[in-house]
Design a protein around this ligand. Structure first.
Ligand code: HEM
Length: 220
């Protein structure tokens, strides 16, 4: 498959269409999104058992465990796809920190101001560098730090006896539980913000369509 093709735009302008999200990334993403929503729902039920009863405590625990394992396995699909593909450049750290933070600031300015004034987006997307600096930092943090911490702390609580040594090293089960809940709070914030930022394309549906078809939608 080619990674770009020319299409005719309604206004008659030539627009280079770019193939941004390969199949494994799209499968991983939507399974992951559904998984996280279920984990948050069942997590709420487990934590606030007296507050609402969407399902029994036992069902919530079973579902939380199974979906948790599916989401961990799915993370490896994302990881192995990227490390075996030349698209890993999308997640590479930017070695020129001052240039990166200048571009980060430009992007923040665009999201808070420029976008409403019809300015051109500061980051030019291509299959090997598809994330703007704000997306890049956020996704690196979510995929390499918060998700693995959530998985490890979840696994430790799933089988306390098996992971007793590790739990003691971290400071006990209460510490593990607190870290897991903090990650859960972070993910709730992340999903709201992420779903909103996903609407900041030319049309609110643009980035969503891209994440389903793989192909970049027309932009300014
Ligand atoms: C209701 C839930 C979700 C919605 C509606 C949603 C929506 C989107 C959209 C529209 C994109 C493409 C635009 C972009 O790259 O920013 C995207 C990409 C992405 N999302 Fe989500 N998302 C959801 C849940 C999640 C969750 C739970 C995570 C991680 C734990 C996540 C991580 C990512 C990552 C890492 C990308 C970039 C993927 C890549 O190209 O490598 N998303 N999401």
């Amino acid at each position: 498959m080619t990674t770009s093709e020319s299409t005719q735009q309604p206004r008659g302008q030539e627009h280079e269409r770019v193939y941004l999200h390969p199949v494994p990334v799209r499968i991983w993403h939507w399974v992951n999104a559904l998984g996280f929503l279920l984990l948050i729902l069942t997590g709420f039920q487990i934590r606030y058992v007296d507050l609402f009863s969407l399902m029994s405590f036992e069902t919530a625990v079973h579902l939380h465990n199974w979906v948790g394992f599916a989401v961990i396995a799915n993370w490896f699909l994302w990881f192995f796809y990227y490390i075996s593909s030349d698209k890993i450049t999308n997640y590479h750290a930017d070695l020129n920190a001052s240039n990166f933070f200048k571009r980060y600031f430009d992007q923040a300015q665009y999201y808070s101001f420029g976008i409403f004034m019809g300015e051109k987006r500061p980051h030019n997307v291509n299959p090997h560098d598809k994330f703007n600096p704000m997306q890049k930092l956020t996704y690196q943090f979510v995929m390499f730090i918060t998700a693995p911490i959530t998985f490890f702390t979840g696994l430790m609580m799933w089988d306390v006896a098996r992971f007793q040594g590790l739990i003691n090293m971290v400071g006990g089960i209460r510490v593990v539980n607190t870290i897991h809940v903090l990650m859960f709070i972070l993910f709730v914030f992340f999903i709201f913000l992420h779903a909103y930022m996903g609407m900041l394309g030319l049309k609110p549906s643009s980035h969503y369509k891209e994440m389903f078809t793989g192909w970049e939608e027309p932009h300014e």
